[in-house]
Design a protein around this ligand. Structure first.
Ligand SMILES: [Cu+2]
Length: 146
């Protein structure tokens, strides 16, 4: 009984450690051909258990610069807008997927090879979340848009 009470007290004192950071699901990067300087990444930010949050920055191992972009259609032409910070409202899932929100990977010096995995860090206002992203072949619908 004593240890259980202590544990609950500790949780009450440190709520941010137990529930604040969103979860990252299904993170993946699109494979790139040799010599490509840019790539794209996608994932789902699950904030169903947390308060309002914002994604401030993303780092991907081996990638010099990462931006958060949103693809918008302007006069029938797809354009990308930088979208930082990215609002992640309480109780919401924010989906980064081809044709919409995405991570723009810039300054690539090596190809992203399908089948490999890389580590990434997502810096939220509530803290930093680590995730693993798989690299998937650039095929099918992925060709249509960033
Ligand atoms: Cu982009």
């Amino acid at each position: 009984m004593g240890s259980r009470t202590a544990w609950l007290t500790w949780l009450a004192l440190l709520p941010s450690l137990s529930s604040a950071a969103p979860a990252i699901e299904d993170a993946w990067l699109r494979a790139t051909p040799p010599g490509a300087a840019m790539g794209a990444g996608y994932l789902v930010i699950d904030n169903t258990g947390g308060p309002d949050d914002r994604l401030l920055a993303v780092a991907v191992a081996g990638v010099p610069a990462v931006e958060i972009h949103r693809t918008v259609i302007v006069d029938g032409v797809a354009r990308m807008r930088r979208t930082e910070p990215l609002d992640v409202a309480a109780g919401e899932q924010v989906v980064l997927e081809p044709g919409g929100l995405h991570l723009m990977l810039m300054g690539l010096t090596e190809a992203l090879v399908a089948g490999q995995e890389v580590g990434m860090e997502l810096q939220f206002e509530s803290g930093t979340v680590k995730a693993r992203a798989s690299i998937r072949p650039a095929s099918g619908a992925a060709h249509k848009a960033q």
